[in-house]
Design a protein around this ligand. Sequence first.
Ligand SMILES: [Zn+2]
Ligand SMILES: [Zn+2]
Ligand SMILES: [Zn+2]
Ligand SMILES: [Zn+2]
Ligand SMILES: [Zn+2]
Length: 294
Amino acid sequence: MPECVVCHYEISKGEKPVVLNGRPYCAECVTVCNRCGRAMIRGTHRIEKARGKGYCPECYEHVLFPVCSSCGKKLTAKRSISRLRSVYCPECIDTPFCPTCGRPLGIRHTMDRSGEKRCLNCRTIRAVTPSKTGKLYARIVSNFLYYFKLYLPAGVPVHLVRFSDMQAAAHGGELRSAGIFVPGAHPNILGNIYIVPYYPEEYFVTVLAHELVHAWQYLNWKRKDYANIELREGMALYLEYEYAKICRYGAEIDGIERMLEENSGLPHIAGFRRLLELEKKKTHDGLIAFFLSI
Ligand SMILES: [Zn+2]
Ligand SMILES: [Zn+2]
Ligand SMILES: [Zn+2]
Ligand SMILES: [Zn+2]
Ligand SMILES: [Zn+2]
């Protein structure tokens, strides 16, 4: 029977040792950084705790002292506010929306050739292209089938649009997200996804996955269940979060956890919280079975 190289605990048949560099460790002696996914060994690496989760020293620093993504000021976690998965100082968060990406323009923004204001974030980023979008879509579909036994609908048109143009698809409601699934008006058309491509690819992937979950719900659920915001958004956020963890998208995991803390009053977040509670009782597989039974 293998023995943990740190605490010499004998790992029995039912338990799985964590094998690092060919050496076995018990689950107690290895911590995975909640943000970057690095494995840390008790007694060898420094392991920091924040919000009840383990982090490596670099990620811990990032969680406690985020940097304003507009002006670059170093902040404490308490002084920062996030919007669309980026963190801002109190001064930058109060500036108007960037029409291209929807994040705050920030106190230091620029103008593009047509004289329109753009934030520094989307000025420096290469937009996700339509062909790349097709590849990411296919990958999400195959991953969701493998990990969640969920067969996301193929062929939902994905429109890459500026944030200000996406607002039109939201029918007047002021949209605070980076994407939206709009159900089709005609019964033979499932619907359309509108998504802003001026974000880091990891964020784009998680948003696309989220909107595809809505398309799946619309296809498979009764209208009254689809109309239940807590259930609909809770499930989409839960799977987006689980998917970010599988992909080891540290910044997204961080962003979703931040959202949980900052917007606890929203029905989306309330639904998400309820599902996280339910997961403790039912396990992840139990939750998936519940989604499929709706
Ligand atoms: Zn051990
Ligand atoms: Zn880390
Ligand atoms: Zn700032
Ligand atoms: Zn922008
Ligand atoms: Zn949603």
